[in-house]
Design a protein. Structure first.
Length: 94
């Protein structure tokens, strides 16, 4: 049987993880909207310490995203979520 304190803790953890999952989906949707056709060549990995990590398929895509998409995405992210996004880091992946 669960202790009286365990139930509220479990409830809070479930809400936190759900809200984090929903936020990641919202970030991915915003990324797809802003990056348009290049979004197929990239994937949101995580948001950590106000830095967004994005996996890219090749360096050319990373350069295009950095030049064409990064500033616009940061502006829209900050407007939508009301918090600062320090940077977007592009990581090569398969």
């Amino acid at each position: 049987m669960a202790s009286p304190l365990q139930d509220p803790v479990v409830s809070i953890l479930k809400r936190f993880s759900t809200s984090e999952g929903e936020k990641k989906l919202q970030i991915a949707a915003l990324w797809e909207e802003v990056s348009k056709s290049v979004s197929r060549e990239s994937q949101i990995l995580k948001l950590e310490n106000h830095i967004l990590f994005v996996k890219i398929t090749n360096p050319v895509v990373g350069q295009e995203l950095k030049m064409r998409v990064q500033r616009s995405f940061v502006d829209q992210y900050e407007k939508k979520f009301g918090e600062k996004l320090k940077d977007i880091r592009f990581i090569m992946g398969d």
